[in-house]
Design a protein around this ligand. Structure first.
Ligand SMILES: [Zn+2]
Length: 432
């Protein structure tokens, strides 16, 4: 049996192109898209065909910041300030997480993400081998890293760094390249400067990019100035982080000079509008970042601060809040929001074959059912996918050329077991 198949009579989202919705054909061979166009492809043999009527095909959504296992704490401690939420609610419970808790929490999140059209996710957490196991088995694409908090004795610090390095060595480029690794100190406020420098050195040694939380709250920026005499961007630049390809999460509180430093060093920003709104951290200066040439992508952050992993909602928020805050209805238009969630997302996690529907790209794409009341009439399908659609509209999902979600059902994971085990894991945490 051949490895090629084709979609015909489909509508394909190619935001950024002159004609952002292409009607016609797409050919997939193994893990790659080999053809997309209005004309029928020239093929030597007959290939299996999927009818694309009533479907809009989009590049898979790329979630560039999160902590999947935190789905176990969804709804556990809402409507609190970030530091209170972290110190009184999240960290005490997370301190009790076992490898199995991380496994089932991650499985719950991966199931939610896949069913909602996310084909790549970044994850920064602990017990990362268990996260990688879920990624491998589920078929999703994953960018994984041990996120290290360095507020501990030197011995423990060294052990955590060694774990982060061992994880990256073991899993980078695993699962046919579906899993890649990054190096990740948790944040400048949880890692002392000399410790961050060790991560920079490790990233150089392994030739891997870096990721961290940065400037999420105003208080954290002020504390950085008090402790180190610098705002976080200059602080991280001084520690050498931006000598590596880097992605920072949040970057809510930036001045003009910091935007300039990020742009000059080609540092990407994972924008987390839902989480930033919920924790009242503020609104990132996304229009200014985009204007300066910074690659902006979208993250949900953990489900405990969102409280779902619906990247359609995140796109819609990104397209709406910057209009509201700037008073400019042309800020972050729909096509740009879609590119932020797909093409720029892939770029910001250093995956150059992901994020667009084009020949030579990985076959990571989704199909939404556009024959529904809230998606009719078919005036502008790019607009519909940002302003009108949600995760619930996702009908099919393919990653690396393999179908993972078919008519809304996951083909790779045991949904029933995940639902039950996740509930049991939460109850176990409460009672330990
Ligand atoms: Zn985070």
């Amino acid at each position: 049996m051949g490895t090629k198949w084709m979609i015909r009579n489909g509508k394909f989202a190619v935001p950024g192109a002159d004609k952002p919705v292409l009607e016609g054909y797409m050919v997939i061979d193994n893990d790659l898209i080999t053809y997309i166009g209005e004309e029928p492809p020239v093929l030597e043999e007959d290939v299996p065909v999927i009818e694309g009527n009533r479907l809009l095909f989009l590049p898979g959504l790329v979630n560039t910041h999160g902590h999947a296992a935190m789905s176990l704490l969804r709804g556990y401690g809402d409507d609190l300030a970030l530091q209170v939420w972290l110190q009184e609610k999240m960290w005490p419970m997370e301190g009790k997480f076992t490898g199995d808790d991380v496994y089932w929490g991650t499985a719950l999140s991966v199931l939610e993400m896949l069913k909602g059209g996310t084909t790549t996710f970044l994850d920064m957490y602990d017990h990362m081998d268990r996260v990688a196991e879920v990624a491998e088995a589920s078929g999703i694409r994953a960018v994984l890293m041990r996120g290290v908090i360095g507020l501990c004795p030197a011995e423990v610090q060294n052990q955590k760094l060694a774990e982060a390095v061992a994880f990256a060595k073991k899993w980078h480029n695993a699962a046919n390249g579906r899993i890649t690794a990054m190096i990740s100190p948790h944040s400048p406020y949880t890692c002392p400067p000399d410790y961050i420098e060790k991560f920079v050195q490790a990233a150089h040694d392994l030739d891997l990019p870096m990721h961290t939380h940065m400037s999420e709250t105003r208080r954290e920026v002020e504390q950085n100035i008090t402790d180190y005499g610098l705002r976080p961007v200059a602080h991280l630049e001084k520690l050498g982080m931006f000598t590596r390809p880097s992605l920072v999460a949040h970057a809510v509180h930036l001045n003009d000079e910091e935007i300039e430093i990020l742009a000059r060093n080609q540092v990407g920003v994972a924008h987390n509008p839902g989480s930033n709104l919920k924790l009242a951290s503020g609104v990132a200066r996304v229009p200014e970042l985009l204007k300066a040439g910074v690659t902006v992508s979208l993250g949900t952050d953990g489900a405990a601060s969102n409280n779902n992993l619906d990247m359609f909602e995140e796109m819609r928020l990104a397209a709406l809040i910057h209009k509201g805050v700037s008073g400019d209805p042309t800020a972050v238009p729909a096509g740009e929001a879609l590119r932020i969630a797909t093409e720029y997302g892939a770029k910001s996690v250093f995956l150059n074959q992901v994020g667009r529907l084009a020949p030579g790209m990985k076959a990571d794409f989704i199909a939404i059912d556009i024959d529904q009341p809230h998606l009719l009439p078919h005036t502008d399908l790019i607009s519909h996918s940002v302003y009108s659609a949600s995760a619930k509209d996702v009908e099919h999902v393919w990653v690396d050329g393999k179908q993972i979600i078919k008519h809304g059902e996951c083909l790779t994971l045991d949904e029933e077991a995940i639902r039950r085990k996740a509930q049991e894991a939460f109850e176990g945490l409460l009672n330990r």
